[in-house]
Structure formats: structure tokens, C-alpha cells
Design a protein around this ligand. Sequence first.
Ligand code: C2E
Ligand code: CA
Ligand code: CA
Length: 463
Amino acid sequence: MEDVGARRSLETELARMAYSDPLTGLANRRALLQSLEDGVAAEEHQTALLLLDLDGFKNVNDTRGHDFGDELLVEVSRRIKELLRPTDVGARLGGDEFAILLRASWSEAVATAKALVARLGEPYEFHDESTVFVTGSVGIATAAEGLGDPELLLRNADLALRAAKQAGKNRYATYDAEFDRRVRRKNELSQELRGAIGRDELRLVYQPVFDVTDRTIVGAEALLRWNHPRLGQVSPGEFIPAATESGLTQDLAVWTVNRAAEQLAAWQNGGIKAWISVNVSVKELHTHLFATEVNTALIAAGVPAKRLVLEVTEHDFSHQMNTLIAQLGALRGAGVRIALDDFGSGYSSLGQLERLPVDIIKIDRDLIAKDDGGVGPLAAVTVALGRILGMEVIAEGVETDLQLNAMIAAQAPLVQGYLLAKPMDPDDLTRWLTEEPKALASEAHPVPRPRDTPNDVPGSEKS
Ligand code: C2E
Ligand code: CA
Ligand code: CA
């Protein structure tokens, strides 16, 4: 008899262990999923799922040790339990991730999330009398969007949690179908982009840069275009961020530099001396690998390094300045020129600008142009600044005669923009480069104008 009793209690104990988190005594992932399924089976429409993640928990764990981390997690679970009503299920899903299944209306779920964020943000006192400040982020999804599928409910709550983190942490966010769509799109682009080079879906178009003093094309910016068989034309404004998030920019940059070098070789054979600039994100410059790739590409194509310009963006300069300066210095040492892209749209101070090994600054369109076709108030000053610093200056995004004339008056010799030429296929540009000097001389306009619209990706540039 006693045996049976002992076995029963052992069984109960084992069952409890299988469904609970040993550290906090909350339900575990398996138990939560079970409760979600039960809720679905019972067609409980008033179901909301809160997912909670501590902000910067790893920090506490790393600096104070795991025992300390555990103590913090236990206290967090205590605060969660305070908020639970008898019908709710609190769970720890692993690490510092928790969940609460609420049998509650939408507004009650939001109120609970609010209370939770507030409670989690209160200071934590520890046994050694130290105090730690930690906050939490919460994502909310309701059965309305995820009914019938516990996994979907979890996923939606997880997306909401991501949105809360992205919005700055220490807050809650509710599931948002639009955010969901953007995340799906980004994932899809990253996925598809992985094979794009191999499937030959990428190409470069070139937008010429003009010297307005002698009316010649001095160089061209290489711009990526992606034509996916199902997704159609995807603009770089959309796929470059996706590539950056999934670590694909290095492959893209190497591919682009090699195509540009080949184009330079073709021009060189035809006696054309224009340079090509390629956009690179600063990520590439954190190792010396990229500099090696660049040199290899130039040697393979047999073109002098001075024909290649690398455009880097000011926004990226906030981190690891010293590594960056070293890598840019190495590339420059090899003869490649560096352009600071989107100048005036970022945060770098003038002091920083002096330290950067840069040859050219490209003044951002936002400084040059106003939406009504007018000239930005700081355009001329910025051009002068570039000159004082001893750099070449390219004025970007010139769309109207007014803007062009202002740049000429400001003595900005180099201009790029839709007024003069849109990005175009390399063959069209080559034709333009070979015909250009004669064709231009007769034009009344101070700089060359395209006779017909160069073909470019529809939709990616406004016409
Ligand atoms: P960005 O480097 O500032 O490139 C200039 C963008 O402005 C290009 O758009 C160009 O078509 C557009 N543009 C040129 N003239 C005008 C004008 O007069 N008015 C207006 N409104 N726009 C003008 P695109 O080709 O869509 O490229 C967008 C951005 O995508 C680029 O901005 C660059 O940041 C990125 N990107 C493009 N190709 C590459 C690439 O090969 N690698 C990397 N890392 N980024 C790239
Ligand atoms: Ca650029
Ligand atoms: Ca730019």
C-alpha cells in the first residue's frame, strides 16, 4: 500500500517537473503550449499572450555572474506572479524570456502589460544589499489574430516584442500586421538575395558626374539594380538594408568592385579615362580583407587604382574610428580614392572630418535641393567648406536649372543629378562618353543634356 502511495506522489512530482521551470516554479514552454492548445480547443476568444524579455539581462549575467542572474530571474518571476489571476498562466520559456497567457479582454491585456513594464523597471535589491536596475519589454498578441494556432499566437507575440525592443525597450507593443509585413518582406529579400549573384540577377547602372567648367563627364557612380524573377525590380533603398542585416554586403561589395574594375578596363581599352565610384558600407572596412579584394580586382582588370573611388557614408562613422581610418588609409595608400557620401545628412563633426582620410565629399541632395526645386540655404556654404578642407566636392541630386546655376555660382565644379543624367546602362554611358565632347559643344546649356531619357529601372528613380 505504502508503495503505491509513494509511486503516485513520485509520478505527480515527475509530471510537475516536466511542466514547470525548476528555477522559478513558473510553467515551462511545454506547459504554456499545452495551455494555449487547450484554450484553442475550448475556442476561448478572450485569450491574449504577453511575451516578456528583460533588457540587457546578458549584461547582468556577464558582469555579476550566473548566481546573481538566477537571483534576478527568480525576483522577476515573483513580480510576474503578483500580477497573475487564477485563470492566467505565467511561464518561463528559457533564459530571460517569460510569457503570460491571459484569459482577458484586449484592454485588460494592455493594462497588464503596462503594469508589468512598470513593475519590472523598479530597482532589484539583492542578498548582498546591492541594487540593480533592469527593465523589460513586452509584446502582446491576441487570439483574434492567432486563433486556432498556438504557434502563430506565439510568433505574433514575438514580433510585437521585437517591435517593442526596436522602439527603444522598456515598453510594450502590440502585434501590428504592417510591422509583420515589413519583417516578412525583409526576410524574404535576405533569403532571395543570398542566391542573386549566382543566378545573375544583379547588374550595375552608372550615373555620370559632370565637370561643369569644361562640360565633360569625369566619372560615374555605380548603382546596384536587382531584378528578381518573381519579386520584380527591388530598389537598393530596400535591399541594401536587408543585405546589411543578413551580413551579405561583403559579397555584394566584392561583386560590385569586380564589375566596376571590368568596366574600367573596357573604358581604358577604348581610351576613356573616367573614374567609377562604388558604394561600400563601413562594415566592409572593419577587416583588411576588403582592401585585398579591391587590389586583386584592380590587378586582374589591369586598371590603375586611381580610377576607382569608394564611397562611404558619414552615418557609419560613429563606431571604431581608428580601425576605419587605418583601413581607408591602406586603400588610399594603394591609390584608391575615398569619397564621403551623403555629406551633411549625418552626425560627424567637423573635427572628425579633418581626421578622415577622404579625397572627395559628396554633398547630400537634402542640402542642395529643396522640394520645390529651389536651392538649400546651406548648399553654397557646404561647397565652400569642402574646398577649404582641400577636398574635391560633388554636388548630388541636382534636378533643376536653378540648383545647377547655384552650384556653378558656388564654384562646385562637379555635379551629379537627374537634370544632367539619370543612372543608365553601361553601354549607353560608354556611347555618351565617346560621343560627348563634340555633341556638347553646340549645346546652349552650360552642361550637357541628354537628348533622350537614358534607360533606367522604372520606378526606382522619379522621372
Ligand atoms: P546614394 O549612394 O546616395 O546614391 C544616390 C541615389 O540618388 C541613387 O539612387 C540615385 O539614383 C539617386 N539620385 C541621383 N540623382 C538624383 C536626383 O537628381 N534626384 C533624386 N531624387 N535622386 C537622385 P539609388 O540608385 O536608388 O540608390 C539608393 C541608395 O542605395 C544609394 O544612395 C546607396 O546608398 C544605396 N546603393 C546603391 N547601390 C549600392 C551598392 O552597390 N552598394 C551599396 N552598399 N549601396 C548601394
Ligand atoms: Ca553614393
Ligand atoms: Ca549620396
